[in-house]
Design a protein around this ligand. Structure first.
Ligand code: LLP
Length: 437
C-alpha cells in the first residue's frame, strides 16, 4: 500500500527507497515513514470536509506520533494539532507550529502546563472537569487573558473496539457526563466564567473504530444536547468536535472504510440534526491520529536467533520488540510482516516473531507465514506508524530506534537513534558512593 512495492531485486521499496539500503545506512531497528502516504491521509480528511461545505478543523492527534518533522507536515497541510502534555506542546512550538492552531487536551493538566499554553497563546483548551474549569479561569484571569475552550463531554456512546482504548462510556475518567447532568452544569458554569470563551463541546468515542454508526450516534447526542442548552440557557455552540478514532487496516481481516465515508457520515449527521432544529450550523472539528500516520509506518528489524520446538512452534527473534512496539503485549494487537530483502519469495514456514526483551510477553507477531528465515534477514512489520515510536520505552535499557521519512527516492533522518549517552545521561551517582573516574 502507499508507495510501497517490490523492486527488481525482490526487495521491499518504500517511497522509492530500497529497504535494504535504509538498513545499511541507518541500522535497525528503524521506523520508516512513507511521507507521501501521510500527506495523502491528511488531504483525504481535508478534502472530504471541504466537500461538505461546513466550516471545519482537522486537528492531528499528535499523541499517535509526535516529532518535530511530523508537526511540520501537519502545518504544511494546513491542519491543526491536538496535544495532551507539555512535552507535545513543546515539540510543536519548537517545530514552529502556529500556536493558534494548537488544541490542548487532557484530564489532568498541571498549573505549569496551563501557564505554558496560555503564554504560548494556543488556540483552544479542551476542558475535562470542574476543577480544571475553575483553575483555567483563575490562571487566565491572573494573566489578564480570555482563553477559548471546548468542554469534553462523555456522550455514553460505546464504540466497538478493544476495551482498554474505549473512552466514550459513562464509566470513564474523561469528561463531563451527559447522562447525569454534569455536562449541563459545566456549560452553565463555563458560560459564567469571565476569562473563558466557551466555543462548544467535544467528544471522543474510542479508537480503531470501523463502523460509522458510533460517530453518527455521537453527532446526534451532541446535537440534541446543544439544542437543549440553547433552549434552556440561551448558549449557542459554534464548534462541535467529534474526536478521533477512525480505524485503519493492520491485517487483511480489518475492514476500515475510506476516510471520506466517515467524514460524510459525520457532516451529514451534523447537517441533519442541527438543520432539523434550526440551529446555526456549527464548525466541525475532528482529531484523527492513527488514521493519519498508522499505515504509513513500517518498522525494519534484523533477524537474529531462532528456536525451533518440533511440533510446537518456531520462534524467530529480532533486534527490537516491546520496547519499540508495545501494542501486541499491551492490547494483543496484530501485525503483518514480510522479509524486506526477499520480498518476492513464497512463504514456506510459519514462525512467531519474538523481541529481544527479557520477558516471555515480548512477542511481536504469532504465526506468521514467511519464506525460510535466516539470521541476517530484514523483517519489515507494516502499519507501525501510530502509537509505536510514541509509546516506545527504554525497558532493559534498550536504545530507542531512529525514525526516517522517505519520499520520492529520498530518505531523511527525522529522529536520531538513541545513544548510550542518552541511556545514562540522566543518571547520577550520589557523592557518598565511590565515584567512577
Ligand atoms: N482525540 C482524543 C481526545 C483521544 O483521546 C484520542 C486517542 C484521539 C483523538 C486520537 O484517536 P485515534 O484517531 O488515534 O484513534 N495507545 C492506543 C490508542 C490510544 C488512543 C487514545 N486517544 C493504541 O495504541 O491503540
Amino acid at each position: 500500500h502507499g508507495t510501497s512495492k517490490i523492486n527488481g531485486q525482490g526487495h521491499l521499496e518504500i517511497g522509492g527507497v530500497d529497504a535494504t539500503k535504509l538498513v545499511a545506512e541507518y541500522g535497525t531497528p528503524l521506523y520508516v515513514f512513507d511521507e507521501t502516504l501521510v500527506r495523502e491521509r491528511c488531504r483525504e480528511f481535508v478534502d472530504a470536509f471541504r466537500a461538505s461545505g461546513l466550516k471545519f478543523q482537522v486537528a492531528y492527534a499528535s499523541k499517535a506520533f509526535c516529532v518535530m518533522a511530523m508537526c511540520r507536515i501537519v502545518e504544511e497541510e494546513g491542519m491543526s494539532l491536538d496535544v495532551v502534555s507539555d512535552g507535545e506542546l513543546y515539540t510543536a512550538l519548537q517545530a514552529g507550529f502556529p500556536a493558534e492552531r494548537i488544541h490542548f487536551h487532557g484530564n489532568n493538566k498541571t498549573i505549569d502546563e496551563i501557564e505554558m499554553a496560555i503564554d504560548a497563546k494556543i488556540g483552544c483548551f479542551v476542558v475535562d472537569n470542574f476543577i480544571e474549569l475553575q483553575m483555567l479561569n483563575a490562571i487566565a484571569g491572573e494573566k489578564r487573558q480570555k482563553v477559548k475552550i471546548l468542554l469534553r463531554i462523555t456522550p455514553g456512546v460505546e464504540a466497538h473496539t478493544h476495551e482498554y482504548i474505549s473512552t466514550g462510556q459513562t464509566d470513564s475518567k474523561f469528561g463531563f457526563d451527559l447522562g447525569n447532568g454534569s455536562a449541563f452544569r459545566a456549560v452553565e458554569e463555563a458560560s459564567k466564567l469571565s476569562h473563558l470563551e466557551l466555543l462548544g463541546i467535544h467528544s471522543h468515542i474510542g479508537s480503531q473504530i470501523f463502523e460509522v454508526e458510533g460517530f453518527r450516534m455521537a453527532a446526534e447526542k451532541m446535537a440534541s444536547f446543544a439544542v437543549q442548552v440553547r433552549q434552556e440557557i440561551g448558549v449557542t455552540f459554534k464548534v462541535i468536535n467529534l474526536g478521533g478514532g477512525f480505524g485503519i487496516r493492520y491485517v487483511n481481516e480489518d475492514t476500515p472504510l475510506p476516510v471520506s465515508v466517515y467524514v460524510k457520515a459525520i457532516t451529514d449527521a451534523i447537517k441533519d440534526n442541527f438543520g432539523r432544529n434550526e440551529y446555526p450550523l456549527p464548525e466541525i472539528w475532528v482529531e484523527p491520529g492513527r488514521s493519519i500516520v498508522g499505515d504509513a509506518g513500517t518498522t525494519l528489524y534484523t533477524v537474529g536467533t531462532s528456536k525451533d520446538i518440533p511440533g510446537v512452534r518456531k520462534y524467530v527473534s529480532v533486534d527490537g520488540g516491546m520496547t519499540d512496539n508495545p501494542r501486541p503485549a499491551l492490547y494483543e494487537a496484530v501485525y503483518e510482516a514480510m522479509l524486506a530483502n526477499r520480498a518476492s519469495e513464497e512463504p514456506t514456514e510459519v514462525v512467531s516473531i519474538a523481541g529481544k526483551c527479557c520477558e516471555s510477553g515480548d512477542m511481536l507477531i504469532w504465526d506468521l507465514n514467511l519464506p525460510k528465515v535466516n539470521s541476517g534477514d530484514v523483517l519489515a512489520v507494516s502499519c507501525t506508524g501510530a502509537y509505536n515510536y510514541a509509546m516506545a520505552s527504554n525497558y532493559n535499557r534498550i536504545r530507542r530506534p531512529g525514525v526516517v521519512f522517505v519520499s520520492e527516492g529520498q530518505s531523511d533522518l527525522v529522529v536520531k537513534r538513541e545513544t548510550f549517552d542518552n541511556i545514562v545521561g540522566n543518571d547520577l551517582i550520589p557523592a557518598r558512593m565511590k565515584q567512577v573516574s
